[in-house]
Design a protein around this ligand. Structure first.
Ligand code: SAM
Length: 283
């Protein structure tokens, strides 16, 4: 039966390696809600035990998100309060949750969504990277498929903002080799491993040196990894690359490099040496 008072959906971040990193508010909400949506009930069960939380868990993961979302919405509309957690860190950031949040936010559904603050590996790594934090882009995981990964990296080569990537220990070396091949060995990268754990390591250097660093100790091929890549320093932030690149591509077909540079420089007031760099890349 529907009531006029709908429940709240709480997005609750959980620790990514250090159990102390859970907030008092997160514990309170996890205790108070009617039930907890969990990516992996076994893993969340361990976390709950740690804080003496005896609430009910309901599994919610990538492959049942779509099927379960309407039922969850019904519960919220009946006035139930629900918390959403993932295995670690902030739900929805490369973790399940998008479908239910999107559904709740639809105008007619009118469910209040309450996000709690807490750990997120991407933001932790960025904050400690020493790279520009005023503008950054989050790319999550690159494709496991080599060709797709290369294609995405080609697109990111001219990105001027700091780039955040997640990568698995199984693919990290191949991924770094691909970055080196496309961005050049001198691009500065910070690798953040096992953040918040006792053996946390954050190391920054040019990509070539990062590869040497990893290869010099096989333990560095273990654990959880965030890569922070310095943006392309030759590109200034007021150039709208997504607008300009397709135009360059068309002009390049019929005109010489010099003519393309002259035209684009004239129309968009971009320095010719920057355009020259762009023309050198495989666009
Ligand atoms: N929702 C999580 C968050 O807020 O960061 C991310 C989940 S995603 C499925 C898992 C990936 O996050 C890992 O493969 C790794 O790239 C990154 N990650 C998670 N915990 C980490 C840690 N303690 N140190 C470094 N990277 C971590």
């Amino acid at each position: 039966m529907k009531t006029n008072i709908t429940g709240n959906l709480y997005i609750v971040p959980t620790p990514i390696g250090n159990y102390d990193d859970i907030s008092q508010r997160a514990i309170k909400i996890l205790k108070q809600v009617d039930y907890i949506l969990s990516e992996d009930t076994r893993k969340t069960g361990i976390l709950l035990k740690k804080y003496n939380i005896t609430n009910r868990l309901n599994s919610y993961y990538e492959f049942n998100e779509k099927k379960k979302s309407n039922t969850i919405l019904n519960h919220l509309q009946q006035g139930k309060n629900i918390a959403l957690v993932s295995d670690a860190g902030t739900p929805l950031i490369n973790d399940p949750g998008y479908r239910i949040i999107e559904l709740c936010r639809r105008k007619d559904n009118n469910i209040r969504i309450i996000p709690l603050s807490g750990p997120c590996a991407a933001i932790l790594a960025l904050s400690a990277s020493g790279l520009a934090t005023n503008r950054f882009c989050y790319e999550g995981f690159l494709s496991k498929k080599h060709n797709k990964r290369i294609r995405r990296l080609e697109q990111l080569k001219l990105e001027y903002r700091t780039i955040i990537l997640y990568e698995s220990k199984y693919r990290i070396l191949n991924c770094l080799y691909d970055i080196q091949n496309i961005f050049g060995k001198d691009r500065y990268v910070v690798i953040a491993k096992d953040l918040t754990k006792k053996w946390e390591q954050i190391y920054g250097n040019t990509i070539g040196k990062i590869i040497d660093w990893i290869k010099s100790d096989k333990n560095r091929l273990k654990g959880e990894i965030v890569l922070i890549i310095q943006g392309n320093k030759n590109i200034t932030n007021n150039i709208n690359m997504s607008k300009i690149l397709p135009i360059i591509k068309i002009l390049k077909k019929d005109l010489s490099t010099k003519k393309v540079i002259n035209i684009i420089s004239h129309i968009y007031s971009i320095r010719k040496n920057i355009l020259y760099q762009i023309m050198l890349t495989d666009i």
